[in-house]
Ligand binder design. Structure first.
Ligand code: SF4
Length: 373
């Protein structure tokens, strides 16, 4: 080993020793969130622990240099932490800090969200559906999800796009609508796109449709997914029946398969809506040293957080707060704003992992003036 490498390695070891001393001297056995900071002040990694001391000491026992914890500790120059009343509170804070700072090693090591697929609605004059892995960082996008099975999702969306004539091409492709009067030169009549040639896309890129007409079709697609419109399946059903009448049984069977894919997509949306709606309640979490907290959760997102009430007055205050959260009507939908997807997934996985926790949840409907949708 060269002298330069030896001295770099000695510097790392010295930093690790200092951090270990700091943890041994100060970290307590209670829930909390920790930050690993690089020698030049970058927040490298944020983590949470039910028992902070145990978790932090574990970093210094990593046996193999390739282990995640060994890698984090080698890059860090300082470890800082804050205590929180419960593991749940620490989990929520961890998520908030990760979203705020996007620490490099969290981003690199995070895999969970990528296992799920989402349907993203792109912004712009001719929106389209896109299947994406993870909810991404698009704070303005609208997402449906999470779903398992990106491939099946893509297949089903292809049917939906085809039956309604929606585009599925590059997001940045310029659009030329039929009602776009300011076009300097009329766009080419054919975009060289097979979907347009065979009538599977309305052709918003070649003035095949006005913007209003395209958006109306897109609205039908959204409403179908929301369970409020049946046109796509009805169109296919009628085509299937006509094929059967003409004794084109092979064609009829193909259309039936398309219908089944579309119906299965809608069933997934219904299940998702139900899952989102069922995450609406007031959840009391027992905290360290009696620091109990009450979380008002609606549609999988924490809308308010208060100390758990101990007196009649505090109970009344919580009831008022909960009623304010639950009372405004919200569309029952599988749509999740991009910036809330992570919290929805976190809460959903928390209650799947600890179903007994739901015993301390009081349903939204039990609060005076509360409505659940
Ligand atoms: S016709 Fe134009 S808008 Fe439609 S899919 Fe093809 S390229 Fe995209």
């Amino acid at each position: 080993m060269s002298r330069k490498r030896r001295s770099a390695s000695a510097a790392v070891e010295a930093r690790v020793e200092t951090m270990l001393g700091h943890v041994k001297a100060g970290a307590r056995q209670r829930p909390g969130v920790y930050r690993m900071i690089s020698p030049d002040g970058e927040i490298l990694y944020v983590g949470k622990a039910k028992n902070l001391r145990t978790r932090l000491l574990g970093y210094f026992r990593a046996d193999f240099p390739a282990e995640k914890s060994a890698r984090i500790i080698r890059e860090a120059g300082e470890v800082m932490w804050d205590y929180h009343p419960s593991e749940f509170a620490a989990l929520i804070e961890e998520l908030r800090l990760i979203k705020k700072f996007r620490p490099r090693l969290n981003v690199m090591m995070k895999r969970d969200a990528r296992h799920f697929a989402f349907i993203r609605i792109t912004p712009g004059p001719a929106p389209k559906f896109m299947v994406v892995r993870g909810a991404g960082n698009d704070e303005h996008g609208t997402y449906f999800g999470p779903f398992h099975g990106a491939w099946q999702l893509e297949e089903a969306l292809r049917e939906l796009n085809d039956v309604l004539g929606l585009r599925d091409c590059r997001i940045d492709l310029p659009m030329h609508f039929a009602d776009q009067v300011e076009l300097p030169v009329a766009p080419a009549r054919t975009p060289g796109c097979i979907r347009f040639e065979i009538g599977k896309c309305l052709g918003p890129c070649v003035a095949g449709v006005s913007q209003r007409q395209y958006r109306a079709r897109f609205k039908v697609a959204r409403e179908y997914l929301e369970g409020r419109h049946d046109a796509p399946v009805e169109t296919l059903r009628s085509a299937m029946e006509k094929s059967s009448e003409r004794l084109e049984f092979e064609r009829a069977a193909q259309i039936r398969d398309k219908m089944l894919r579309l119906e299965s997509l809608r069933e997934q949306f219904e299940r998702l809506r139900f899952a989102v709606e069922s995450l609406s309640f007031v959840y009391t979490v027992l905290g360290h040293g009696g620091e109990d907290r009450a979380y008002v959760i609606r549609r999988g997102r924490i809308r308010a957080e208060l100390p758990a009430p101990q007196t009649a007055e505090e109970r009344a205050a919580l009831a008022v707060c909960a009623a304010e959260v639950f009372a405004p009507a919200e569309l029952k939908s599988a749509t999740v704003p991009a910036h809330e997807v992570d919290e929805l997934m976190l809460l959903s996985s928390w209650f799947r992992k600890f179903p007994a926790e739901l015993e301390r949840a009081v349903p939204a409907a039990e609060f005076p003036r509360a409505r659940t949708a």
